[in-house]
Ligand binder design. Structure first.
Ligand code: PLP
Length: 231
């Protein structure tokens, strides 16, 4: 089941890259494995997945401990400052930096553990009430402030687009995030790269690739629907 899903996703990514005149290697698929048991992650790993996305610190750490060591772990969920210390030396990339307070905490813990943590600035492009992320308007200031901190390296931007039936509706948000990355690049800020654009989920990753995504975060399209337990 997971193999078939991954084959389909891979086909879609290839086709989107071809349409957009991009190389397949320019897009990395992140298998979003939140709520899924490690047996299913292992299936995706066996297929060839080496990038996994989780949105809860405890779950990421638990899976990190038991899964193979050559996996790149991506923290894609909202991150509380008091939990930063558990993951700074385990994650390849934190996608969800949305405040200077969080950036400062990541910096402090990174220095303590003598690592450099790669991060993305999360932008709530569509300005949805329910979502985390800085606004388009405040993003540049947050990038400038974060860039000054030791132990932290800004690699690009991330957005979570609205849930829509027709992914075309989200094209404008992906294009706006790309434009912001271009604007920031032109500012030539020290210690800032805008090589990464993390955008696109199961419902809209094809559109996101057409608009320049370098990381797509696909959960349902690989692992099937999530069943959340009441707790
Ligand atoms: C859950 C999640 C995804 C994956 O969503 P699907 O629609 O299942 O592909 C992607 N990004 C973030 C930030 C998520 O929390």
């Amino acid at each position: 089941m997971i193999r078939e899903n991954l084959e389909q996703v891979e086909k879609n990514i290839k086709e989107a890259c071809r349409k957009a005149g991009r190389e397949r290697e320019d897009v990395t698929l992140i298998a979003v494995s939140k709520t899924k048991p490690v047996e299913l992650l292992q299936e995706a790993y066996n297929y060839g997945c080496r990038d996994f996305g989780e949105n809860k610190v405890q779950e990421l750490v638990d899976k990190f401990e038991v899964m193979p060591k050559d996996i790149h772990w991506h923290m894609i969920g909202h991150l509380q400052t008091n939990k930063v210390k558990y993951i700074v030396d385990k994650v390849a990339l934190i996608h969800s930096v949305d405040s200077i307070k969080l950036a400062e905490t990541i910096s402090k813990e990174a220095v303590k553990k003598n690592v450099t943590v790669s991060v993305l600035i999360e932008v709530n492009v569509a300005e949805e009430e329910s979502k985390f992320g800085t606004t388009l308007k405040d993003a540049i200031a947050l990038v400038e402030q974060t860039a000054k901190l030791p132990g932290i390296s800004i690699e690009g931007l991330m957005t979570i687009a609205p849930y829509v039936e027709n992914s075309e509706e989200n094209r404008q948000y992906f294009a706006a995030l790309k434009q912001l990355a271009v604007d920031i690049t032109q500012k030539n800020i020290d210690n800032v790269n805008m090589n990464v654009l993390s955008m696109g989920m199961t419902g809209d990753y094809i559109t996101a690739i057409e608009e320049g995504a370098t990381y797509v975060r696909v959960g349902t399209g690989i692992f099937g629907e999530r069943h959340y337990q009441l707790s």
